[in-house]
Design a protein around this ligand. Structure first.
Ligand code: MD3
Ligand code: FE
Length: 204
């Protein structure tokens, strides 16, 4: 089965040294903007990943106000830290979009954390691509089509892999079925970190 239209996969894009440098910049980001537990709209059920963000806007969710982007950390109330230059450089190299990303969501997968199938549709402009960077343990990523019942294909995402989702893929159902523990030694604590760079507002 071919990948969906608009799906770009850059296997091993970051060298081990580049991964370590990016991780070190992320440690500073997470010290300023500590991971929070996202909860589902209405039910308040916690997701299994913990999250943080960097860049002008961050994606957050809670029981009362649901999915949204905002400029402040939901717990500390402080602005999100700047995106590390290394991340902006990946966007500039691969995104093919004239404007820089506005949000970088940091998903942290420990233990049995996973992410159910969903579509990213909280942004106001779907013409911009989404770019994802994987660090740490391997993850089984599944991507289907724009209908929930469309057939899915699975890709094992490894540390240093980058994905670009544009066109039809931008609105495709996708998720992380599971993380394969102990497959990378990048993170001393084990597990996986995924970074998702996005445009949020319309236009440039
Ligand atoms: C396909 N994150 O944060 S990254 C998410 O590994 C999310 O943490 C997963 O899905 C993770 O929303 C997958 C790859 C990804 C990101 C955005 C997409 C795939 C996508 C948007 C549209 C289609
Ligand atoms: Fe997503």
């Amino acid at each position: 089965m071919p990948y969906p239209e608009g799906f770009g996969y850059f296997e091993g894009y970051l060298s081990p040294i580049e991964q370590a440098a990016l991780l070190s910049a992320l440690r500073d980001v997470l010290a300023e903007a500590p991971p929070f537990v996202p909860t589902m709209p209405k039910t308040g059920k916690p997701m299994s990943v913990v999250m943080s963000n960097c860049g002008p806007l961050g994606w957050v969710t809670d029981k009362e106000r649901g999915y949204r982007y905002q400029a402040a950390h939901p717990v500390t109330g402080r602005p999100w830290p700047a995106m590390p230059p290394a991340l902006l450089a990946i966007w500039a190299d691969l995104a093919g979009f004239a404007h820089p990303p506005e949000a970088c969501l940091i998903n942290i997968y420990a233990g049995k954390a996973k992410m159910g199938q969903h579509v990213d549709r909280d942004e106001k402009d779907f013409s911009a691509p989404v770019l994802s960077v994987s660090l740490g343990d391997d993850a089984v990523f599944a991507i289907g089509g724009t209908a929930r019942t469309d057939p899915r294909q699975r890709v094992t995402l490894r540390s240093g892999d980058v994905m670009l989702l544009s066109g039809k893929s931008r609105l495709a159902y996708h998720g992380i079925d599971r993380v394969l523990r102990g497959t990378s030694n990048l993170l001393a604590e084990g597990g996986r970190i995924n970074l998702t760079l996005r445009r949020v507002t319309k236009g440039g």
